[in-house]
Design a protein around this ligand. Structure first.
Ligand code: NOJ
Ligand code: CA
Length: 578
């Protein structure tokens, strides 16, 4: 049902059910947090790979944009088999990205500008080059060194079948067998578990030594002054007793949203969302609480429904959890309203802020995703040259509308580097430049996530579009990046960059992040409209195609696209003062 009678100001101000954010003045309750993916943000030395000096040199971009904090994906010592999510030394910087001194300089530069800094912690697995795993390989079965990881004997009389049937999230089996040793038992060489790539062995979180080590790693970075941690695979560290077989398919991203706001039925297997993970976060909460400045833990947990996710942010556990239900919401107003409503309600029930996110380094950017006919399934994590290609104009239009909707919502919002430029994915990368292990482990059946990780364009038309001081970029940029480069958008009315900047400025001035949300009554059953009030701002998003006549006397604060004759066109969001 779409309205036919024109809206009045009275329509826009009558509201029904309301959501009030949980109280508390901590910075993370309403922060807008910008994700830097270091290898693709800015290159300081011309080798074609982004680095920490590159980040430092571009901090003013973030300050001007108006975000509150930065989260950096891993920059630790790593063989880069999974772009740094395979950590060989949790207390050092990979030479690719710089040195600890470069880190300190970046941190100080961010703090000088009033930006908080969150670093990425990868506790589910290490790299196979980590000294612990190397020790485990050299040690005998049953040794203390092997107890730090998930080693098991194989099944079958010769132990040559994997210990269970689990599949790696990147494709193929989740177990790899070691090379034979003289002191192998009757069942021959052991196997080790890796939920991801075979170079990412899972740590054994039942082992107190592993727990102590990670608390120490937390302190190492807290002492250096970081404001928090984004915790990788926060739902995966503890596995069900006995590692029982499971016929499901574990995934990072699920693409369907049910009425209750839940997304699909995956990730309920014995490797995920076990009760035991919560003890770990209670202990970490205590570690952070010893420090000043409201340091925060953010869960990357692909669990559903939202009520399960809320358990990660109970008052003595983590502080925030990524809202992937929101990220996977299709372009449909009723579903969007439900997901927003359930998200707010569920997080309120545990006193945590809701978070909002539309893009990150694991999913197709929302400017490309919303340009696809169908959102969901495999297309969420990568589009290949042979796949149906997104409609770029439609994608960008919807992406801008989705962002403007998101930035008005109470709670904390995440912005992935480059989305403020309206960047699409590279959706036609040649196979020979791909690096994501999921491409290789699925034999190319999944294109993988490289398309959303392409180096940023800073100076349109310059070599590498100004990614660094040389023409090199570790992945090729699509042609569209020249016109979307930052310098082509600064100060340009109507550009995506200026849209983000205006919205972030208003969000801050109006305190939207800590205000109550109320649904606009007159529009709450409209099939194509999402409309709500937050503080002094009325937000109307038209997800359909029929223009919606706005009250003539409503003042437009910002719009994601041009209004036509006072009407809100399809795929457009507006913030009004009604
Ligand atoms: C989630 C990270 O975001 C992703 O990039 C990584 O591949 C996996 N965890 C494994 O660490
Ligand atoms: Ca570099």
């Amino acid at each position: 049902m779409t309205r036919t009678t024109p809206l009045t100001i009275a329509d826009l101000t009558a509201t029904r059910s309301v959501h009030s954010p949980a109280p508390g003045g901590e910075w993370w309750r309403d922060a807008v947090i910008y994700q830097v993916y270091p290898r693709s943000f800015a290159d300081g030395n011309g080798d074609g790979i982004g680095d920490l000096p590159g980040v430092t040199a571009r901090l003013d971009h973030l300050k001007q944009l108006g975000v509150d904090a930065v989260w950096l994906s891993p920059f630790y010592r790593s063989p880069q088999k999974d772009a740094g999510y395979d950590v060989a030394d949790y207390r050092d910087i990979d030479p690719l990205f710089g040195t600890l001194a470069d880190f300190d300089e970046m941190l100080a530069g961010a703090h000088e500008r009033g930006l908080k800094v969150i670093v990425d912690l990868v506790p589910n697995h290490s790299s196979d080059q980590h000294v612990w795993f190397q020790e485990a390989l050299a040690a005998a079965p049953g040794s203390a060194a092997r107890e730090r990881y998930m080693f098991r004997d194989g099944r079958g009389p010769a132990g040559d079948e994997p210990p269970n049937n689990w599949q790696s999230i990147f494709g193929g089996p989740a177990w790899t067998r070691l090379a034979p040793r003289e002191d192998d038992g009757e069942l021959g060489p052991q196997w080790y578990l890796h939920l991801f790539d075979s170079t990412q062995p899972d740590l054994n979180w039942e082992n107190p030594e592993v727990r102590a080590e990670f608390e120490d790693v937390l302190r190492f970075w807290l002492d250096r002054g970081v404001d928090g941690f984004r915790v990788d695979v926060a739902h995966g560290m503890v596995k069900a007793d006995g590692l029982p077989d499971w016929d499901g398919k574990a995934a990072m991203v699920e693409g369907t949203v049910a009425d209750d706001g839940s997304t699909g039925a995956g990730n309920s297997g014995p490797m995920f969302d076990q009760e035991g993970v919560h003890d770990i976060y209670r202990a970490w909460h205590q570690v952070l609480a010893e420090y000043d400045g409201d340091r925060a833990l953010v869960a990357e947990a692909w669990v559903e429904p939202l009520s399960r996710l809320a358990r990660y942010v109970r008052s003595d556990e983590m502080h925030q959890a990524f809202n992937f239900s929101f990220l996977t919401t299709p372009w449909d107003a009723a579903t969007m309203r439900t997901v927003v409503d359930v998200s707010l309600q569920t997080m309120e029930s545990v006193g945590a802020p809701t978070t909002w996110v539309l893009s990150n380094h694991d999913v197709v950017r929302h400017a490309s995703r919303f340009g696809l006919q169908e959102i969901g399934g495999r297309q969420l994590n990568g589009i290949g040259a042979d796949d149906p290609q997104p409609d770029a104009a439609l994608g960008l239009r919807r992406a801008r509308a989705a962002t403007l909707l998101m930035l008005a919502l109470p709670g904390s919002a995440y912005v992935y580097q480059g989305e403020e430029l309206g960047l699409p994915d590279h959706t036609a990368l040649p196979d020979d430049v791909r690096q994501d292990p999921s491409f290789f482990r699925t034999g190319g059946a999944e294109p993988g996530r490289d398309g959303c990780r392409v180096p940023l364009p800073w100076v349109g038309g310059a070599p590498g579009n100004g990614f660094g001081p040389s023409e090199k970029t570790w992945l090729p940029q699509p042609d569209a990046y020249a016109d979307l480069a930052a310098d082509r958008q600064y100060g340009v009315a109507g550009s995506t960059y200026e849209l983000y900047r205006t919205a972030l400025e208003l969000r801050r001035a109006e305190k939207l992040g800590t205000s109550t949300l109320a649904w606009v009554d007159a529009l709450s059953a409209d099939a194509d409209v999402v409309a709500f009030q937050v503080a002094g701002v009325t937000v109307v998003a038209n997800l359909g195609t029929t223009p919606l006549a706005l009250p003539a006397d409503a003042q437009v604060l910002v719009a994601s696209g041009e209004l036509t004759d006072g009407a809100l066109p399809g795929d457009t969001t507006v913030w009004l003062r009604a």
